[in-house]
Design a protein around this ligand. Sequence first.
Ligand SMILES: CC(C)(COP(=O)(O)OP(=O)(O)OC[C@H]1O[C@@H](n2cnc3c(N)ncnc32)[C@H](O)[C@@H]1OP(=O)(O)O)[C@@H](O)C(=O)NCCC(=O)NCCS
Length: 146
Amino acid sequence: MNSFIQEITAIETYPVRQPVLRAGKPIESCHFQGDEWPSTHHLGYFINNQLIGVVSLFEAKNLILGEEKSIQIRGMAVLDSHQKTGIGNQLIQEAENYCRKQNAILIWFNARTSAVGFYEKLGYKIEGSEFEIQEVGPHFLMSKKI
Ligand SMILES: CC(C)(COP(=O)(O)OP(=O)(O)OC[C@H]1O[C@@H](n2cnc3c(N)ncnc32)[C@H](O)[C@@H]1OP(=O)(O)O)[C@@H](O)C(=O)NCCC(=O)NCCS
């Protein structure tokens, strides 16, 4: 089995974003504002050249968390068939390496409540109360200093 992580384009994330994060919704719903900005980066996890997992990194501050150089994680997804096999963990490790190279100090994101346990295992902490993102569901703001 040959597995690797490499940078991909925003559109290349859609075959994973759509079934995992936007099931039953149109392909346009897979687009995030800022996907094409030069400062945005998308990572793909491949097994035998097949895309299995994705994560996107946006240069963005969260004013609740402060003014430090920060990276927002969005669109974190692993195909159902391959979840809980360590791929999400490897994608987050690679995202953290990328952030260190960018001299970012903080990583943050709005985590689906169902995924909070995954991020907690990787050292991320909840900030504040649960809130609803329309058409997606309940979330918590989470962050980690790196
Ligand atoms: C959440 C998600 C990205 C995790 O990726 P993954 O490849 O399944 O996770 P890993 O196999 O690397 O798991 C790492 C650890 O977290 C645990 N874990 C994985 N998903 C979890 C979850 N939803 N809740 C609690 N723990 C979880 C694993 O059991 C593993 O624990 P271990 O180290 O004790 O064995 C993936 O399951 C997914 O795409 N889920 C659906 C979409 C989603 O919720 N995305 C996040 C949006 S914020």
